[in-house]
Design a protein around this ligand. Structure first.
Ligand SMILES: *Cc1c(COP(=O)(O)O)cnc(C)c1O
Ligand code: SF4
Length: 335
């Protein structure tokens, strides 16, 4: 396990890439030749969730295209300030599901750990954009309490590392947490939900891979790609090395207006996932979070899209269209 080596003092390459992510709307637009083509929301209005996008993700955007599906996911449009009824701060009831510091339990057998509030990219549609990460991101001592609770609850057989993005934690923090989890006999699986293989492929480096290879738990990784253009060669290599290290890979996407709300875009995404050996898992309907209303695709239209792609793809490449309904015992399958 990694903790045997002393903590790395100098930043790793991925940490440097993370630290130099672009956070200025004008700079992003200038890089894409789009100065003045789009108007960003006032910085003060999004102080809690500012623009944030790694350079390698910007490199995948089309120059001069203000409708680029990757740009749309990260650019804070003034549309975010429009208040629409029914769009809430916490649309999926995360606050109510906290059962121990940093732990959410909604479904039988699975416990989700909010390991960090940090993400490499700020997706404008994110349902956690108002989540008080600082409050639910426990101190090291409080993790012990949560680990104890998992130890005493034999019904939990899978721990999900979520966040924020769990891979934005340092290798040392990750391995310390997972070392404790690995010692719990009734845990069958570790699941990691991360967008980093796609938005910051530099993260999948030798150290992380060596650690994953040695991890005694079975590791499922649910990546998060919404569009085929997100999976370039660099991301493909990262995914391939994760598989070689023993991770089973699934993809979840969110259905987003102006990003992937056509049958062609969804088919292209599934085909691209198939090329890189990642199985489509979920296609989520947008959680109605305040500030993201301009991404909403109505349920009926979503069902029509799924019906359309089902006629064009093998069944195993059709993701399950789901919505999270607060209080339900599982995600609700719509189509
Ligand atoms: C979505 C979610 C899960 C995972 O659900 P699956 O259907 O197994 O992917 C687990 N816990 C929480 C709190 C969730 O929101
Ligand atoms: S990476 Fe995931 S958790 Fe982070 S902002 Fe994007 S959707 Fe939200």
């Amino acid at each position: 396990m990694i903790p045997q080596s002393p903590p790395v003092k100098t930043k790793q390459r991925w940490q440097q890439a993370l630290a130099s992510a672009v956070s200025d709307a004008d700079e992003l637009l200038a890089q894409l030749g789009l100065s003045q083509a789009l108007t960003a929301i006032d910085k003060d209005k999004i102080r809690q969730f500012p623009l944030r996008v790694p350079q390698s993700y910007i490199n995948k955007m089309r120059y001069g295209d203000k409708h680029d599906p990757l740009l749309r996911q990260v650019f804070p449009l003034i549309d975010e300030s429009v208040e629409v009824e029914g769009y809430l701060q916490d649309p999926v009831g995360d606050h109510l599901a906290v059962t121990s510091p940093g732990m959410l339990q909604k479904y039988q057998g699975r416990a989700l750990l909010v390991t960090t509030g940090a993400c490499a990219v700020h997706c404008r549609y994110c349902f956690r954009r108002h989540f008080p990460y600082a409050d639910s991101n426990p101190l090291a001592s409080q993790w012990q309490q949560t680990i104890e609770q998992i130890k005493h609850d034999q019904s939990i057989n899978e721990v999900i590392l979520s966040g924020g993005d769990p891979l934005s934690l340092s290798d040392d923090k990750l391995s310390r947490l997972v070392e404790d989890l690995s010692a719990i006999p009734h845990l069958k699986r570790l699941r990691i939900h991360s967008r980093l293989p796609v938005v910051l492929p530099e993260r999948i480096d030798e150290r992380l891979l060596a650690w994953l290879e040695r991890c005694p738990l079975k590791v499922m990784m649910v990546i998060h790609a919404n569009h085929a253009n997100e999976i370039d060669n660099e991301a493909e290599q990262a995914l391939s090395s994760l598989q070689k290290a023993g991770c089973q890979l699934l993809n979840q996407a969110v259905l987003l207006k102006g990003v992937n709300d056509t049958a062609a875009a969804l088919v292209a995404l599934s085909e691209r996932l198939s090329e890189v050996d990642v199985m489509p898992y979920y296609l989520h309907l947008l959680d109605k979070v305040a500030g993201a209303q301009h991404f909403d695709v109505p349920e009926l239209e979503a069902m029509e899209l799924i019906a359309a792609i089902r006629t064009q793809l093998p069944g195993y490449l059709v993701p399950r269209l789901v919505r999270e309904i607060q209080g339900e015992a599982s995600k609700t399958v719509i189509g």
